[in-house]
Ligand binder design. Structure first.
Ligand code: NAP
Length: 277
């Protein structure tokens, strides 16, 4: 990944350019919180918003983008099909419902939110159809482990262009990362800040002091230097700006390796093989 500035992109396997830095809006309330945080992010240069039907804020995401002064086509929008909407026709219906709420005529990236057993292959077939009909510019998955990805790769249809998973210094999943890189499946981090906990990690604080950066900035830069797309969430203007101030320094390979040693397979979220929602 060549890191330039906040608007920099990575080229997905189908040629689509995806900004490697974006704003997440999980648990950002519909209404002013979503609208304001997206406006502040766009002003700060963000060009990528990550939502989901489950976040219940797609209406406000659409409204924020329409009322901003950045044209829709310059913003990369991800949304996701929720677990109870999986299956072929239900996924097509859920996609249409998301578009209606966003008041958009296409999505940049549509993801399967979680690999629902006995459903996700059918759901993937629906995503392939949406892609072939050009209703979505790229398709991918979220919370997929290697065995889930292999079951899609073996079908000989489309291979997911992105896998969005929990990823931070306490959960690196190096084998999954290597597998995705070998198949040209772009890795994307959710909860990159461990919901703010990175600020309390001593080693990361020490590294930050060397560069004059906060632990949050160090970790977001570490994501990008590892080739991982990152989408930190905040509803505060000053944090939205400071989280994106990571394009004026570069971590040394020693510091990247030092952060890698913090991995302890710690998950905030559910395990993709045992989730029950
Ligand atoms: N695919 C999935 O299953 C999945 C699951 C979870 C998340 N996601 C996506 O990934 C995005 C990011 O993950 P996340 O929202 O769970 O967690 P996160 O980005 O790791 O952390 C967000 C939390 O950290 C706080 N924060 C943000 N900037 C901060 C700063 N500079 N200093 C201190 N605290 C800070 C935020 O508080 P304030 O808002 O109060 O600033 C919020 O509580 C989500 O919004 C969503 O788009 C996807």
């Amino acid at each position: 990944m060549k890191i330039t500035d906040i608007k920099g992109t990575v080229r997905l396997s189908n040629g689509v350019q995806m900004p490697y830095f974006g704003l997440g809006v999980f648990r950002t309330a519909e209404g002013n919180d979503t609208i304001n945080s997206i406006h502040w992010a766009l002003e700060a240069g963000y060009r990528h918003i990550d939502t989901a039907s489950m976040y219940m804020n797609e209406k406000s995401v659409g409204e924020a983008i329409r009322s901003s002064n950045v044209p829709r086509e310059q913003i990369f929008i991800t949304t996701k099909v929720w677990n109870s909407d999986q299956g072929f026709q239900k996924t097509i219906d859920a996609f249409n419902a998301s578009l209606d709420k966003l008041k958009m005529d296409y999505i940049d990236l549509y993801l399967i939110h979680w690999p629902v057993k006995n459903k996700y292959i059918e759901t993937w077939e629906a995503l392939e159809e949406l892609y072939q009909k050009k209703r979505v510019r790229s398709i991918g998955v979220s919370n997929f482990l290697e065995h889930h990805l292999i079951s899609l790769v073996e079908r000989k249809g489309l291979v997911p262009m992105v896998n969005q998973v929990e990823f931070h210094p306490y959960l690196i999943q190096p084998n999954l990362l290597t597998y995705c890189q070998s198949r040209n499946i772009q890795f994307e981090a959710w909860s990159p800040l461990i919901k703010g906990q990175v600020n309390d990690i001593e080693l990361i604080k020490e590294i930050g002091q060397k560069y004059g950066k906060t632990p949050v900035q160090v970790v977001l830069r570490w994501d990008l230097q590892k080739g991982v797309i990152t989408i930190p969430k905040s509803i505060h203007k000053e944090r939205i700006i400071s989280n994106a101030t990571i394009f004026d320094f570069e971590l040394s390979s020693e510091d990247i390796q030092a952060i890698d040693t913090l991995d302890k397979n710690y998950r905030l979220g559910a395990h993709p093989d045992t989730f029950d929602f």
